[in-house]
Design a protein. Structure first.
Length: 53
């Protein structure tokens, strides 16, 4: 799916101590230079990462 996407919307609590498929997908999206919208599930904060394309 990432190979056909323009951006990623990720719901994640930013706990880097846990290895997860969500985290691995987000890392792959960053390597591809795509934009990411990070949504924290408990705080309802939204962070936008710009693409590097």
């Amino acid at each position: 799916m990432v190979d056909h996407a323009d951006c990623l919307r990720e719901v994640c609590d930013n706990d880097c101590s846990i290895r997860s498929g969500t985290r691995m997908t987000a890392n792959y999206v960053r390597k591809r230079g795509l934009s990411i919208v990070l949504i924290h599930p408990n705080k309802a904060t939204i962070l936008k990462e710009k693409s590097e394309r």
